[in-house]
Write a new protein. Structure first.
Lengths: 333, 465
């Protein structure tokens, strides 16, 4: 029990974070691609493709943060102070882009809230990348507490991760628009998606090459035997999927590029998990070091196993309800 | 000047949490009101209920968005500002917050999507049901978050192992002694806050001679509710106070500015409590009044502030004045509701302009009372973060004061912009009224996701131009 519970919880939180990255990823991506819309009608159209979903998407972030606190309080208490500034800046970014949905509709001038939506999305995506990078490169811990400097996270690698994620989310946003937006916006998204795909692959390659060189433990994980035998399909699959994506976009497939871009994200995510497991706070604290007591993990697990399927049920329902493409300039009288 | 990180962390958290509570206090009540309007619409098939439902949903959308974004901040601030609290109490409080996310946040967020954008895509019953589910979600959220807060006030059901609180009995933890009182007090406060806003908006329209039929519906519904809930709140508050006296007597002593526990307490109507001199200046009080209320006996005794050393006392002015503001507004609400009912009975409610003017100008009453009440209970818990177990000063994150100050400035700036704009927009939606062209326009366009407020916005621009 003491061994299994933290593993189950790590899997659950890993799933919640993956859900967040994919779901809020594409709607942050819409924010990042916002300036490329030609006019207000196109911006409305882009926003309308995500308006019924964004709030639910962002809830996965609360579940990820909340879940981390519930299941691994020590990790939560180390990561948050260590990433203090990026976390706060991310939250402020999310505030501006979140209220922009409603505010731009009721304000006289949409210009400022268009900008808030765009910049807020970029800031949130960038900060999340920085947090991810900061976590991968490791946090200084002493006696179970954060003991590093307050700008430890500020490294070229973390900034690289920040920029990667901005492009990554823009890529997800572009394939989402291929699927959900009619007319010029959907058309332009094809060009954007192909361009972003190349950039994202470049960043993925950079991170995949840099991390084993810079961090001995990651090199150990990937290139020691017998690990290597099991792990080589991950990069291979990534390359294959990327090639298929390129083709599907060209062949005017509408749903497949989005599905495949999710797959690409999941593969990248899997790569990072493989690099870090079983550390929750690399390079010192494992999931067992930071786990909550079994009584807390079990209490929460019962509720989660019961409620998560219900949640997934109505999340799927709402995506089904608002299925179909959104047209440009459709809603105005 | 040396910056005190504890003070800065507290100011920052107080700032973000105070801003946040404004929106739940409104949306808990408003979602229930919207659901009620929806049910009335389905049952009576009267267009006015539907019109009001759509109108308030637009306002709900703007307030809920602000509630969501300011709430996400809080769920991360436990870690960024209070990491030692996160470790100490994480095993107990963490799951309560976790359940809030699972049972409430997803429910609200998803069905809000249907409520805001799904009108043309779902049958009316599902549309109204979505409103009801959103209302249930907001109350569930209040249930869990108040349970967590109450455990910090009256911690039970745990044991301390290796310096952290470990759960022993979950039912005892969830239903800890102050929880039932705090929950009823807060939910009722939320309904009162919204009820008063609805009343004030109705009065505003009547004064302006606009939307008369809708305004009368709003005022009748608001008054009827307030006349029951406002006096009820006095009773709930009194019970909550007795419960606090039992578990956190020093908080009550601070509320009453009662120094010497060996004498019966006076009901202090006004005073300037002096923490250094340990006495009240300019006191106007009813002798033995507090003893009568708290002990139901004019000679009854209850602990005074002097029974604990100064470092164990809460910041007196916050608690003392916060309490008086809350009670004062509560009494005003009772008076306003009962007098309104009297006018209604006399048949002059909609013509008594001075009454309408006062009511329309005091729409903010509930918000101020809620904030004041939270200041009383949170400041009154100091110097403890978890009463009797963990001091606030020991709960802080290892974050330098400069970071805290920098982010505090950022929060003040960003919240200042975002929330003042939000309130400005809500006011404009209200000024526009329920009869906006948005309604006909949006109903005429089947099967497409609609932005809740876009029609109203268009119209605002057109009217301006």
């Amino acid at each position: 029990m003491e061994w299994y519970l933290p593993v189950i919880w790590a899997a659950l939180i890993g799933t919640a974070v993956a859900m967040y990255v994919i779901l809020d990823g594409f709607d942050l991506g819409i924010g990042i691609l916002f300036p490329f819309a030609r006019n207000e009608a196109q911006r409305d159209q882009m926003m309308r493709t995500i308006a019924p979903f964004w709030d639910g998407n962002e809830t996965w972030l609360v579940l990820g943060g909340g879940g981390l606190w519930v299941a691994f309080p020590t990790a939560y208490a180390v990561i948050m102070p260590a990433m203090y500034l990026p976390v706060i800046v991310m939250l402020l970014g999310l505030i501006f882009r979140g209220v922009a949905f409603e505010f731009r509709l009721v304000s006289e001038s949409k210009r400022w809230w268009n900008r808030a939506f765009n910049i807020g999305s970029i800031v949130a995506a960038f900060s999340q990348g920085v947090i991810l990078g900061g976590l991968i490169q490791g946090i200084t811990v002493k006696d179970g507490q954060f003991a590093g400097g307050h700008f430890d996270w500020l490294t070229p690698f973390a900034l690289l991760c920040g920029v990667s994620l901005v492009f990554g989310y823009a890529f997800l946003g572009a394939t989402w628009l291929i699927m959900k937006a009619d007319g010029e916006v959907g058309e332009r998204a094809r060009t954007q998606a192909r361009l972003m795909l190349l950039i994202v692959l470049g960043f993925m390659a950079a991170v995949s090459l840099y991390t084993p060189i810079a961090f001995e433990r990651i090199a150990q994980r990937w290139f020691s035997l017998p690990n290597f035998y099991f792990l080589w399909p991950v990069p291979l699959l990534t390359i294959f999927l990327a090639a298929m994506l390129w083709r599907w976009i060209g062949r005017r497939r509408e749903v497949l590029p989005f599905v495949a871009s999710i797959g690409l994200f999941l593969l990248g995510y899997l790569g990072l998990v493989i690099s870090s497991y079983p550390y929750l706070v690399p390079p010192t604290l494992t999931i067992w070091d930071t786990a909550a007591v079994p009584a807390s993990q079990i209490f929460m697990l019962i509720g989660t196993l019961f409620l998560l399927p219900i949640i997934l049920g109505y999340v799927i329902f709402i995506y089904w309800l608002f299925r179909g493409k959104v047209k440009e300039g459709e809603s105005y009288h | 000047m040396d910056l005190d990180p504890v003070l800065l962390a507290r100011i920052q958290f107080a700032f973000t949490v105070t801003f946040h509570i404004i929106f739940p206090s409104f949306t808990i009540g408003l979602s229930a009101y919207i659901a009620t309007l929806g049910v009335m619409w389905l049952r009576t098939d009267q267009e006015r209920y539907h019109r009001l439902m759509r109108f308030w949903t637009k306002i709900f959308a703007v307030s809920f968005a602000m509630g969501v974004v300011s709430g996400i901040v809080l769920s991360y601030q436990f870690g960024t500002n209070w990491s030692r609290f996160s470790v100490f109490a994480g095993n107990v409080v963490g799951p309560l917050i976790g359940y809030e996310v699972l049972t409430a946040f997803f429910l609200e967020a998803t069905f809000l999507g249907i409520l805001l954008f799904g009108f043309n895509r779902v049958p009316p019953w599902l549309y109204v049901m979505s409103a009801a589910i959103v209302a249930i979600g907001t109350s569930m959220s209040a249930f869990w978050i108040l349970s967590a807060n109450s455990w910090m006030q009256t911690p039970v059901g745990h044991e301390i192992r290796n310096g952290v609180a470990v759960p022993v009995d979950w039912l005892t933890i969830v239903f800890n002694p102050s929880f039932p009182y705090r929950l009823t007090h807060m939910l009722n406060a939320a309904y009162l806050t919204t009820g008063f806003v609805v009343l004030a908006v109705g009065a505003r329209y009547l004064l302006a001679g606009k939307h008369i039929e809708d305004a009368r519906t709003m005022m009748r519904m608001g008054l009827w509710l307030m006349a029951i809930l406002a006096p009820l709140q006095l009773f709930i508050g009194d019970q909550h106070g007795l419960n606090t006296l039992q578990h956190q007597p020093i908080k009550v002593a601070a509320m009453e500015a009662h120094w010497d526990g060996s004498k019966p307490g006076a009901l202090v109507l006004f005073a300037w409590p002096d923490e250094k001199a340990e006495k009240n200046w300019y006191e106007i009080s009813i002798p033995r009044g507090a003893s009568l209320i708290l002990r139901h006996d004019p000679n009854g005794l209850f602990p005074g502030l002097k029974s604990v050393p100064p470092q164990d006392r809460p910041p007196l002015l916050n608690v003392f004045f916060g309490f008086r503001i809350m009670v004062g507004i509560g009494l005003y609400m009772i008076a306003a509701a009962l007098f309104g009912c009297f006018l209604w009975w006399r048949g002059t409610l909609f013509e008594t302009r001075w009454y309408l003017r006062i009511v329309s100008m005091t729409w903010w009453s509930g918000f101020v009372a809620v904030i004041a009440g939270w200041i009383v209970t949170e400041s009154g818990r100091q110097p403890w973060l978890v009463h009797g177990l963990l001091r606030t000063a020991d709960a802080i994150s290892p974050v330098p004061a400069a970071s805290l100050l920098g982010t505090l400035v950022l929060f003040v700036l960003c919240y200042g912009i975002v929330f003042s704009m939000g309130i400005y927009y809500i006011n404009r939606l209200i000024a526009l009224g329920p009869e906006g062209r948005a309604l006909e326009a949006s109903e005429g366009m089947p099967n497409r996701p609609l932005m809740a407020a876009e029609g109203a916005a268009r119209e605002a621009i057109e009217r301006k131009g």
